[in-house]
Design a protein around this ligand. Structure first.
Ligand code: NAP
Length: 498
């Protein structure tokens, strides 16, 4: 069984306590994917120390040189795409085509950020005074603590690590305990690409202990977190109390709005992909569908038929459409929410239970589940379930659909299906979400535009993208004024006292 270690100061090391925990295949819980070092605070101390010591050298490495190393990582990631994707499917359950897409997103982010090494632009603007020039430059923040979830084991770490490094920061990376093996394999590629020792450090272990310690560690300058609302809120409180910058990307209660003029087949395809892709375990999963009353019955009928054809199983099998959920606690949580939906009076028209027979007997499989006649105030229409459960809500018109869409604490991703350009324009304007899709499902973000939500879906700056996104997250803007006449001070005093 492969031993998965921490990576600190360029060496693969066991946790100082020597303790371990297993990483399990959610499709076959008898299969252990790796035995992972369970770190403690002393391991975080060592990783932060390594990152601090490497910082000066990395900060002063020209950004284009930093970019060359990241370019090599992206090439390695591309070459290892198939094996990493297979590992990902085994470690967290998503079907292989989606795992391949996850790794590809990491590849894209790597090449994109490598290119940023030759841009990283600030601004040069004219001064009010003669013989003075002024500019803003991007500078690194210092040591970044990066904490990631399990649902995109390569893409989300890539969204954080590549921009953090291109901007000149050093990193301590704490991945989800569910996907420790994927994280280690990803970090190995940075080592192979020649990243200097200490620039990227990896610490495995329980979030509540090592993650939280990392967030409050005095040697860390800033935090980027992607995960649940509860944990993000807690980390926000910690960072607020110690004046530490934190960016959070958290949950969602995303919606697809289907108008009466929509191409229904397109909308059904989007609802299937948005609702049941990654077994509903995407922050952008479409767990609500608001359907116009005129097309409601037809939509429900077609949606049920299409969802009933989805094949549940091991994500490595070609014929599988929906894999397991990630672990026992997620499995129990999703089943609890199905119970809540029934108690609240929603109509269960598909699924609604675990599937533990034949090939699915050894894993955390839940049938694709559809509730109809859902009303917006029900908990299943308000809270993030993070599983293959979709709630269909009847709507009367566009303004009601938008009101329902905006009527949860979250604001990550929304979609509308319509053929009317004016309807689309109103939705684009009024949906209180970080991302809006027109005639496409709630998922499908591209890496060169910023990604993130509003309200309880996230605060701070955005992921991905360049300016307005990752570059703003992982760099400070420093402003420099320079006098090249020797008369600047006098002129400035005159100006401010005139
Ligand atoms: P999670 O339980 O919040 O965990 C996320 C990460 O935080 C993991 O690495 C976890 O470590 C760590 N962690 C847990 N408790 C911590 C604490 N007290 N202090 C510091 N770190 C802690 O979330 P998850 O179950 O992995 O992921 C699912 C959630 O992520 C969903 O809510 C989903 O919507 C959200 N998500 C959001 C986005 C986005 O971009 N908006 C993208 C993907 C996922 P352990 O694994 O060791 O517990």
């Amino acid at each position: 069984m492969e031993r998965i270690r921490n990576y600190i100061r360029g060496a693969w090391v066991d946790s100082q306590s020597g303790e371990t925990f297993p990483s399990i295949n959610p499709a076959y819980t008898e299969e252990t994917i790796g035995i992972v070092s369970k770190s403690g605070r002393e391991d975080v101390d060592a990783a932060v120390q390594a990152a601090r010591e490497a910082y000066q050298g990395w900060r002063l490495t020209p950004a284009p040189r930093r970019g060359e190393i990241l370019f090599r990582v992206a090439e390695l990631l591309f070459r290892n795409k198939e094996s990493l994707a297979r590992l990902e499917t085994r470690e967290m359950g998503k079907i292989l085509p989606e795992a391949l897409g996850d790794v590809q997103e990491g590849v894209d982010m790597g090449f994109y950020m490598a290119g940023e090494g030759r841009r990283l632009a600030g601004e040069t603007v004219p001064s009010e005074l003669p013989d003075k020039d002024m500019k803003s430059v991007r500078v690194p923040v210092g040591v970044f603590g990066l904490i990631t979830p399990w649902n995109f084991p390569i893409a989300i770490p890539a969204w954080k690590i590549f921009p953090a490094l291109i901007c000149g920061n050093t990193v301590v990376f704490k991945p989800s305990s569910e996907t420790s093996v994927c994280a280690a394999k990803f970090v190995e590629l940075f080592e192979q690409a020649g990243l200097p020792k200490g620039v990227l450090n990896l610490v495995h272990g329980p979030g509540g202990d090592v993650g939280e310690y990392l967030v409050s560690h005095p040697g860390v300058n800033a935090i980027s977190f992607t995960g649940s609302l509860d944990v993000g809120k807690r980390l926000g409180q910690i960072c607020g109390s110690i004046q530490r910058p934190i960016d959070t990307e958290m949950g969602g209660k995303n919606i697809i709005i289907v108008m009466d003029d929509a191409d229904l087949d397109l909308a059904i395809e989007g609802a299937i992909w948005g609702g049941f892709g990654t077994s509903g375990q995407r922050c952008t999963a479409a767990s609500r569908i608001g359907v116009h009353k005129k097309v409601y019955d037809t939509f429900v009928d077609k949606f049920q038929t299409a969802a009933s054809r989805l094949r549940l199983g091991d994500g490595l099998r070609k014929e599988t459409d929906v894999g397991p959920v990630v672990n026992e606690s997620q499995f129990n949580k999703v089943l609890r929410y199905i119970g809540v939906g029934k108690e609240e009076g929603a109509k269960l028209i598909l699924g609604g239970k675990a599937r533990q027979e034949g090939d699915t007997s050894k894993g955390y499989f839940i049938e694709p589940t559809i509730f109809t006649e859902v009303v917006p105030k029900m908990r299943i229409a308000q809270e993030e379930i993070f599983g293959p459960v979709v709630s269909v809500i009847r709507t009367n018109d566009l303004s009601e659909a938008i009101r329902i869409a905006n009527g949860t604490p979250y604001g990550l991703s929304a979609a509308i299906y319509t053929r009317d350009v004016n309807t689309s324009a109103v939705a684009e304007r009024d949906l209180e979400f970080g991302i809006v899709y027109v005639n496409a499902a709630t998922i499908g973000a591209e890496i060169h535009l910023p990604f993130g939500g509003v309200k309880h879906s996230g605060y701070g700056r955005k992921e991905a993208g360049g300016r307005g996104g990752a570059l703003d997250t992982y760099s400070h803007v420093k402003v420099i004024y320079r006098d090249f006449s020797g008369r600047l001070q006098k002129a400035q005093i005159d100006k401010e006292t005139s």
